[in-house]
Design a protein around this ligand. Sequence first.
Ligand code: HEM
Length: 400
Amino acid sequence: LGAVGAAGATGVVLGAAGGAAGYAAAGDGPAGGTALSAVGSASAPFRGAHQAGIVQPLQARGHLIAFDLTPGTGRKEAIALLRRWSAVAEALMAGKPAGDGDTGVALDAGPCALTVTFGFGASFFDRTGLVDRRPVQLEPLPAFSADRLDPRRSHGDLWVQIGADDALVAFHALRAIQREAGAGARPRWQMNGFNRSPGATAHPMTARNLMGQIDGTGNPKPAEPDFDRRIFVAPGGAQPWMTGGSYAVVRRIRMLLDDWEKLPLAKQEQVIGRRKSDGAPLTGGGETTELDLDRTGPDGRLVVPGNAHARITAPEQNGGAAMLRRPFSYHDGIDPDGTPDAGLLFIAWQADPLKGFVPVQRKLDRGDALSPFLRHEASGLFAVPGGPGDGEYVGQRLLE
Ligand code: HEM
């Protein structure tokens, strides 16, 4: 259930026309009246081998929120917090109210493909006396030369990713999570994102980003034999509590859209190495055709330029490094100088960041053709444990 592969051949895609592909339908409306539309009734499972919000199709709305534990909050209080958060997430993902004191913001809506995903930052283990259970994969990411990171919008003890196909459902979940944090955890930063709505395109297709590119084509697909090994932590690792989990690299990447939009289409396509209209490689075929990285044109030059983003990031150029990119776009208004504060809330999922994000970003940082149009403004790295089993709360295998 809920696998990206069920939604289309092209990786993480938006919901199919007229419905939210890759999710279950929750049935009739909460009051037993008129059936919800396909968008409203789609739901993702709270329990299972993996937390929801990784392989499910992109949702139309997203909120990312990081928390720091407050002074005096230790392991015992963290257990109580994760219990409360798990109960709320399970109810909301099933389209039920968040218990007593529900704000009512989503009362008449179905689950709308809501996912609530929880992760732990490196500092969480110091605060809770669990340093011996901190995975080496949470070692800080290396500094990259192009980083312009704001520490106040980076990192955090705890991280929650909320996605839903309805803005009110997503906001409702965000407020419920914030309320249940109580006195034990304080928000450190929060970001809002979006993708296209299910049903907006005539055919299910890979998402576009704010530069207009089809983005997500090269993603590993759940049907591929090495998908689980690349994205999820296998049993038998140094930290058994992370079995079935994944590591999320979160980067707020501003797009310098004024510069980008001035670039003629042919140049924009050379920056990526793919056509803008349909995402097909410049060497021909359709979106899912392999790039022919060796092909030269009549002028003897490479058709996919040497610094094209799709060449630099291709797994075969990076010792097989692969990650599942599952982003939200963001737009936070206009800066005083008139430039849009817009870009990508880049979220990359992998079993080991040192075999996914890090080697690829190292190469991009040496200067691919896309880098001059981007600015990395915030960063986080979180250990996202596997999904809870029956009767468990998220993170129980770490905390008990
Ligand atoms: C591919 C855009 C940042 C890793 C692509 C593609 C586009 C794109 C249009 C080609 C279609 C596709 O396969 O998805 C962007 C934009 C970025 C960005 C707009 C920033 C705002 C990054 C970063 C990384 C990354 C920071 C990792 C460090 C990849 C990978 C592929 C890819 C792994 C697929 C390559 C393949 O499978 O052959 N990106 N990208 N991208 N990008 Fe990016």
